[in-house]
Design a protein around this ligand. Sequence first.
Ligand SMILES: C[S@@+](CC[C@H](N)C(=O)[O-])C[C@H]1O[C@@H](n2cnc3c(N)ncnc32)[C@H](O)[C@@H]1O
Length: 268
Amino acid sequence: MDKKLKGSLIIVGTGLQVGGQTTISAQAHIQNADIVFATVTDNVSKHWFDSLNENIVDLTQYYGSNKSRLITYKEMTDAIVNAVKQGKRVCAAFYGHPGVFVMSSHKAIEQLLAEGYQAKMEPGISAEDCLVADLGLDPGRVGYQAFEATQFLFYQRKFDENCILVLWQIGLIGDHTLKISKTDSYHLGLKVLTEELLDYYPADHEVIVYEAATISIFSARIDRMALIDLPKAELTAISTLVIPSLGALEFDVATLDKLNLTVDDVKK
Ligand SMILES: C[S@@+](CC[C@H](N)C(=O)[O-])C[C@H]1O[C@@H](n2cnc3c(N)ncnc32)[C@H](O)[C@@H]1O
């Protein structure tokens, strides 16, 4: 076999709380890899990673002020892919679910599979999973839809106000430069978003700014407010906006008819 093809990649998620929300399988991959590329977000995660493997490379080094995140993600992908091509057993660990809003993980897998290497991803606990638990919102009840906040604003997206609406990266809303990492310029985007949402929801409809706890001894941030007050919310890079459903589901009588059913047959 070509020596190059000996390399392999496993991508894992650490959950939002490293250690506590990391699967046993993900932890074993981190321990057994020749090299681990990891998003080390704080000292707690640094100690945790260092205790598992002595060859940790911190991927956050690729972020830079006034640097496009697209360049950063390409550099992360290249670092991971190059290590695999050197014949190493590589593990890349991203916080949350490694495939949710993470460009480098998907790109590295695509690239390596196309070149004949072994590469795969394991799931992790994402912000969305924590949100369901902390807010008690079951996606199965009225449905669930999620968008990246800036994309939701820039494009004409169809959504259902009778379904839960979740907007990721709300703290970066309106940023077209992809250069902002600390949130300070979301105010106009948030104001315009609120104006648009007011076409669908009443002004007093409750919305929630949510931040899951990243350390187990802390509580989640769950700030409930009326939609009209959303422009005053203080957001951070880890804020997610949750807009609960209006809850007014209407039967599709024509389809029920095709199924030989009436509203009375299926009403609970
Ligand atoms: C680049 S994405 C990474 C998502 C991550 N891979 C996951 O699975 O949760 C960053 C966005 O995820 C959401 N997020 C990250 N950390 C969060 C937290 N602690 N609580 C709530 N949302 C969070 C926010 O919407 C944030 O802007």
